[in-house]
Design a protein. Structure first.
Length: 266
């Protein structure tokens, strides 16, 4: 998924500090370095400054969401998928995700029609193991924006991970199948092969677009390999995604989370 800094557990915790803040690095859309919005033209920005952590304050469009207690946004280091093992216990990672869930709870209170907030809360719920909650959030995100294809892909991932009834066919009814990531959708439908998806991803003259598509192809083909029980192939593809995805793509950080889970299961 493009233009979305990850919100799933891992390494490099960026703390939200006091209410008197200044935005850090600016990206091409004018969002801060920790922008959480996945679509061009909007930002759900975490502003931060050095110093002692007090009360979290996040700029949400033209409104502010104040979140009591410490809330941390989590970024995964794509160069070192296993680095999070040195950052603390599994329980700490889950606590970090629970803080993110609290943040998105507040964001959804401000704007109950923000599909992106439901999506990010879904990811946090997914990686805490709350699959029914993740499925419910993804369903809501898809209802709010049924043309956005990545919601449908994650609906299928969560449904299959949780042995839930499939909602994939319904979720893709309004998606433009002439555009990327249509090859990934066809793969999940069993209509094409991983090799064809990877070839389609690399078949773009624009280097930036090609990099993003290859990143996504590696991640989603890795998910299919995992579903089929081929953990070795899944890990190989997740490592490629973790290393090759732009930092704002959730697929790279999600790949790191999957690698951590695979490592822990050995």
């Amino acid at each position: 998924m493009r233009l979305s800094v990850t919100v799933i557990a891992g390494v490099l915790l960026a703390s939200i500090a006091s209410p008197v803040l200044a935005a850090s690095q600016q990206d091409q859309d004018g969002c801060g370095a920790y922008a959480l919005d996945h679509k061009p033209g909007g930002c759900l920005r975490i502003e931060h400054a050095g110093g002692e952590i007090a009360q979290g304050r996040a700029a949400y469009g033209s409104q502010d969401v104040t979140v009591d207690a410490t809330i941390q946004m989590v970024r995964l280091d794509s160069k070192d998928p296993d680095a999070h093992h040195g950052r603390g216990s599994k329980e700490q990672a889950k606590n970090d995700l629970n803080q993110l869930i609290a943040y998105y709870n507040a964001a959804i209170k401000v704007d109950p029609k923000d599909d992106d907030a439901y999506f990010h809360r879904a990811l946090a719920n997914f990686y805490t193991g709350s699959l029914p909650k993740a499925a419910a959030d993804l369903s809501q995100a898809n209802k709010l924006d049924p043309q956005y294809p990545y919601y449908a892909l994650w609906i299928d991932i969560v449904d299959k991970r949780g042995d839930l009834a499939s909602h994939f066919a319904q979720a893709i009814t309004k998606i433009d199948m002439a555009k990327w990531p249509a090859p990934v959708i066809r793969l999940f439908l069993g209509q094409t092969t991983p090799e064809a998806v990877l070839a389609a991803a690399a078949d773009d003259p624009d280097a930036k677009t090609k990099r993003g598509q290859v990143c996504e192809a590696n991640f989603y083909v890795g998910q299919l390999a995992l579903q089929r029980g081929d953990k070795e192939e899944a890990a190989r593809l997740f490592r490629l995604a973790a290393a090759g995805c732009p930092r704002e793509f959730v697929e790279g950080s999600s790949a790191n989370a999957e690698l951590g889970a695979l490592s822990a299961s050995r």
